[in-house]
Design a protein around this ligand. Structure first.
Ligand SMILES: [Zn+2]
Ligand SMILES: [Zn+2]
Length: 346
């Protein structure tokens, strides 16, 4: 099979390697599409401790069942599927609640296990047994299915926020994740959704999503603007979908009474600290939530949202490259050119 072999920071080689054979309890997937995640790009450029080269990365999976290892039941060849990235240990208290994303000793497809920037990929026995594989409706295209993973992560963040009718929502960061947050908040009944970004070209791309107010936060002060728009009440829901310390501080500054804030993106590891008036949290009863990856139930909801057309996955995909051009796909994502980039195996 052809696979993109990650050989260390800045090094990836697309070449022929032996197609893996599913062992007992495993499933072999034929990959059609794997979308590019921000973390793939970070691994490619900077490396990551839990990805040991040579390795195949990629976890936004869309493919079909190719072959079942001995003893595997409940699947048949050619069924369209994706898979939950986090493989749980099945021993800790979070795995007991099916929250593999919070597992004490997690292993991830495309990090610990070989991933989907390849024509074939093994789903390990512990993932098959853990119910990680998610079946997708036949009518969905592979690129649409590849967006289930990022959308499920957005749903995880939104589950904490409980957007309701009439809420004033603010999202910082108009990348694919920020746009998904804006779309979901709007679908949940927010009366106003403001999407801030510092890049005019990103905001231009976000124009495809109707009913969202797009503003450039390098040109107008987002704190002043939100306070002005809300008659000094502030925003009910705030999502920080960019890893910028100052923006997390702004999120607290624009929070209304009973506001819910999602710190959706991580901050740089060498400076993960912010400064804010903690009394705002106290007196205004502000809730601040984190969100990391997602669980199977959220994958299933993401699939339903895409299948029903409530979220138009095709609108998020602006670039598609064949596997041989994977470096261009990573460069495109790094530049923030377009929204979502996908890699196809054919
Ligand atoms: Zn991802
Ligand atoms: Zn666990």
């Amino acid at each position: 099979m052809k696979a993109a072999i990650y050989l260390g920071p800045g090094k990836i080689e697309v070449k022929e390697v032996p197609t893996p054979k599913p062992k007992e309890g495993e499933i072999l997937l034929k990959i059609n599409t794997c979308a590019v995640c921000g973390t793939d790009v970070r691994i490619y450029y900077h490396g990551q401790a839990n990805v040991k080269p040579p390795h195949i990365i990629g976890h936004e999976i869309a493919g079909t069942i190719e072959e079942l290892g001995k003893g595997v039941q409940g699947f048949r060849k050619s069924e369209k599927v994706t898979s939950v990235t986090c493989v749980g240990c099945q021993k800790c208290k979070f795995c007991a609640q099916h929250l593999y994303n919070l597992c004490d000793t997690p292993r991830y497809l495309g990090y610990f296990y070989p991933g989907a920037f390849a024509e074939y990929m093994i789903i390990p026995k512990e993932a098959v047994d853990g119910g990680n594989i998610v079946k997708a409706p036949e009518k969905l295209s592979f690129p649409e299915i590849s967006l289930v993973e990022p959308l499920s992560c957005v749903i995880n963040g939104q589950d904490f926020l409980k957007v309701k009718k009439g809420d004033f929502a603010v999202v910082f960061g108009a990348g694919p994740i920020g746009c998904m947050h804006a779309e979901i908040a709007r679908a949940a009944g927010a009366s106003t959704v403001v999407l801030f970004d510092v890049s005019d070209s990103r905001l231009e791309l976000a124009k495809r999503f109707a009913g969202i107010t797009l503003l450039n936060s390098s040109k107008i002060d987002p704190v002043k603007k939100v306070m002005e728009m809300t008659g000094n009440c502030g925003a009910d829901v705030i999502v920080v979908a960019c890893g910028v310390n100052a923006v997390q501080e702004q999120a607290v500054a624009i929070a209304a009474k009973r506001a819910r804030i999602s710190m959706f993106a991580g901050l740089p590891k060498d400076n993960p600290y912010i400064k804010f008036d903690s009394n705002l949290i106290h007196y205004k009863e502000i809730s601040v939530f984190g969100a990391f990856a997602s669980n199977k139930e959220q994958y299933e909801r993401a699939l339903k949202l895409i299948a029903s057309g409530k979220i138009d996955a095709k609108k998020f995909i602006t670039n598609s490259f064949p596997l041989k051009d994977i470096v261009t796909a990573f460069e495109t994502t790094k530049k923030g050119a377009g929204l979502k980039t996908v890699v196809t195996m054919e």
